[in-house]
Ligand binder design. Sequence first.
Ligand code: GRF
Length: 216
Amino acid sequence: MKKRTAILISGRGSNMAALIAAARDPAYPAEIAVVVSNVPDAAGLAEARAMGVEAVALDHNQFPSRMTFELALHGMLLDRGIDLVCNAGFMRLLTAGFVNRWFDRHLNIHPSLLPSFTGLNTHERALFEGVKVSGASVHFVRIEMDAGPIVAQAAVPVLEGDTPETLGARVLVAEHRLYPHALALVASGRAKVLDGNVVISGTQDGREVLFSPQLA
Ligand code: GRF
């Protein structure tokens, strides 16, 4: 049975589109059942509809508190029989109530090699620190922002003359490969959290790293 998956977005939704496209493969272990945006005019909502997926706006400003917003979101996911939740550029911090309800069934993508560079302006800070390799991480969501057991990572080189925009664009290409790969690992049951870390069955050492062609 395919895992019924919801994607939470706030913006353009390019990772969302990569997940929807990957899930069209009949052999893919997840189906994208709904896209929810807390920003009503997020471009990703129209894109999801154009790709044939139900897309719903749930404006957090219409709710008196984080808790009431999250209860409505949770109810929406329950109504649709959702098994897994994927944050994809979802720019709203979630409280322990929601995080605990979806514990180990909830993923996020972050454009750095975690635990480095959590939070915003990732590429700017990576360049400031002079790192030579950057990338993206898909991890299970925990209450701390951009933290939680890492499912898979993709590494890309930092090149001379990079700006936050050029590095970000290179990382984004890797993200679009990484997220569908990581969701498949979780939806198929191959990726499991064991003692706080993810172990992947069917690999030699229980880990997955994707390297960009430049680094392979
Ligand atoms: C991505 O870089 C993602 O890693 C970060 O926010 C960005 C969202 O981009 N969390 P998109 O909306 O998926 O195009």
